[in-house]
Design a protein around this ligand. Structure first.
Ligand code: 4NP
Length: 151
């Protein structure tokens, strides 16, 4: 799960997908990163932590890290929150870029619409709730897709 800062959206996406993976009995490793390095080593934004906690998910132990080209090799699927960061993932990946592995996350729920998960960084707590709800629904679609494909 990749966003810009790995501080607001992608930590929520990691926590939400991780919880659903566990619930579905799947054996997936879920991680998140940011294309920027402004917050490396920090815990998620307090509003992301709060909204996650209100929904029964603890993301407080996550640590922000920057996306690396090698992540293209380490993971089977790279989901990106918006089109700017999709282009950044492509740029950072260089010759390791794999278009088939990389997708805009929201296309799993709304195929072909290239919708972005809005950045709540300059918003209010309400925006973090909206992001949580979007991520919760799209992560459910991801689980459904792969559970169906692999029995
Ligand atoms: P995120 O939000 O990409 O959802 O983690 C942001 C976090 C930090 C900044 C921008 C967006 N920033 O400019 O530091």
């Amino acid at each position: 799960m990749v966003c810009l800062g790995n501080i607001c959206r992608s930590p929520l996406a990691e926590g939400i997908l991780q919880q659903k993976v566990k619930g579905a009995g799947l054996d997936w490793k879920v991680d998140s990163a940011g294309t920027g390095n402004y917050h490396t080593g920090e815990a998620p934004h307090h509003s992301s932590q709060k909204v996650a906690k209100l929904n029964g998910i603890d993301i407080s132990l996550q640590k922000c890290r920057q996306f690396l080209a090698e992540d293209m090799l380490r993971f089977d699927k790279i989901y990106v929150m918006d089109s700017d960061n999709y282009n950044e993932v492509k740029r950072i990946s260089g010759k390791l870029w794999d278009e088939k592995k990389t997708a805009l996350l929201m296309n799993e729920q709304y195929p072909g619409q290239n919708m972005n998960v809005p950045d709540p960084w300059y918003g209010t707590e309400k925006d973090f709730h909206l992001v949580f709800d979007m991520l919760d629904k799209v992560c459910a679609a991801v689980i459904k897709k792969y559970s169906t494909q692999h029995g």
